[in-house]
Ligand binder design. Structure first.
Ligand code: GRF
Length: 189
């Protein structure tokens, strides 16, 4: 299955997926494209180092979200992408991509959804004082972090934890969880 990873930032989840693929843990996944809406996103350099095709699509260059996503859709179709994997992509997916990839877009979110959706989910959970949080992989629908849940994993927050240590713990489980979900979703080829 040819996948595109969409990311706006660092790309540690992209790296975890690429590492799992390199170790032979994703036999039915072909990392066909890394797409970013930020030219300076470190994830693009990481993809270049792995010789994975990269694309930067500048949202400011388009008059509307529809025009922006129509261009992305053309790139995806050109690359025959079958599954979109959001990994720190800081933009809401619009109707153009949702219609074209119904049930074929997944996201990872750093909280136990439906608690703490949104771009500050991890920090919001920590600030709230929850003692258990985690990461969720889910299908993407038109809402913000609202689609059907595929998998979740939890961590405990102790008195010694800071936002930094919780972030680190969550990243660790994300880096295991996302490749595992991808392996399962693609196992039928
Ligand atoms: C992850 O914590 C993910 O849950 C959230 O954005 C972050 C991306 O991190 N959606 P990275 O760029 O993969 O390091």
């Amino acid at each position: 299955m040819r996948i595109a990873v969409f990311a706006s930032g660092t790309g540690t989840n992209y790296r975890a997926i690429a590492a799992a693929a390199a170790k032979g843990q994703l036999p039915h996944v072909e990392l066909a494209l890394v797409l970013s809406d930020r030219e300076a996103a470190p994830v693009l350099a990481k993809a270049a180092a792995d010789a994975v095709p990269q694309a930067f699509v500048d949202p400011k260059a388009y008059a509307s979200k529809v025009a922006f996503e129509t261009h992305i859709l053309a790139l995806l179709q050109e690359q025959q992408i079958e599954l979109i994997v959001l990994a720190g992509y800081m933009r809401i997916i619009g109707q153009t991509l949702l219609d074209a990839y119904r049930g074929k877009i997944i996201n990872i979110h750093p909280s136990l959804l439906p608690s703490f959706p949104g771009k500050n989910g991890l920090a919001d959970a920590f600030a709230y004082g929850v003692k258990i949080t985690g990461a969720t992989v889910h299908y993407v629908d038109a809402g913000i972090d609202t689609g059907p849940i595929i998998a979740q994993e939890m961590i405990r927050i102790t008195e010694d934890d800071t936002l930094a240590t919780v972030t680190e713990k969550i990243h660790q489980i994300e880096h295991r969880l996302y490749p595992a979900v991808l392996a399962k979703l693609t196992e039928k080829g």
